[in-house]
Design a protein around this ligand. Structure first.
Ligand code: ITT
Ligand code: NA
Length: 209
């Protein structure tokens, strides 16, 4: 049984159509998230923690909103910023910028406790670099050696005044192709979104593994 590990019901709703063939169940587990400048290492370490907790194959989903005019902020801090400032304040801050372009990114981390062909891609390399940069303590725990396979998705857009009732999180202020993500139904958001792209890559790899 594969566990899609998240505390966020909105993510589960979007992931359903990609994962339903693989007999997947949600695991509502708040794995400890390391602080890092990139999503890759956060997802990789999260997948190891979640696997250690669940004892069966896990998929974790780490996402963030990267605003160009704010040098990528809030990025990996998106969850904290949503809880503290809130989505409307992020829009107000972005409204003062010349460059309101933004992107959502999603990194999925898969860990099943076994080795597999973790062919190096830019995300995997980022993880190793970050582990090296984190110093010797990062390797103190044996579970850090567990391989994690990462899948990344990206969607460009821009920050606008909030519109729409659907989706979750920053969806009302993120416009892509004339519509905010909160104005799209799930199928439409999945067809273009960071999460949809990452899940599509994962589902393809998982099916022929
Ligand atoms: P888990 O870690 O338990 O999966 P989370 O909501 O904390 O749940 P993230 O750390 O990945 O998940 O999310 C970072 C922030 O980005 C958080 O505030 C989310 O609401 C937001 N977010 C993630 N995906 C999003 C999406 O598709 N649309 C809008 N906001 C999103
Ligand atoms: Na998270």
């Amino acid at each position: 049984m594969l566990r899609y590990v998240t505390t966020n019901p909105g993510k589960v709703h979007e992931a359903e159509r990609y994962l339903r063939d693989g007999s997947v169940e949600r695991l509502d587990f708040d794995y400890p998230e390391i602080q890092a400048a990139e999503l890759g290492p956060i997802a990789a370490q999260g997948a190891r923690e979640a696997y250690r907790h669940a004892g069966e194959p896990v998929l974790v989903d780490d996402a963030g909103l990267f605003v160009e005019g704010l040098d990528g902020f809030p990025g990996p801090y998106s969850s904290y910023v949503e809880e503290t400032l809130g989505v409307e304040r992020v829009h107000e801050i972005a409204a003062d910028l010349d460059d309101r372009r933004a992107a959502f990114r999603c990194v999925l981390g898969y860990c099943d406790g076994d080795g597999f062909d973790a062919s190096p891609d830019p995300v995997d390399r980022g993880d190793r670099d970050a582990a090296a940069a984190a110093g010797p303590d990062a390797d103190a725990d044996d579970s850090d050696a567990l391989p994690v396979k990462l899948f990344e998705g990206y969607v460009p857009g821009r920050i606008v005044a909030p519109r729409g009732e659907g989706g979750f999180g920053y969806d009302p202020i993120f416009e892509h192709d004339g519509e905010t993500f909160a104005e799209m139904d799930t199928e439409r958001k999945n067809a273009v979104s960071h999460r949809g792209r990452a899940l599509e890559k994962f589902a393809e790899w998982f099916a022929d593994r």
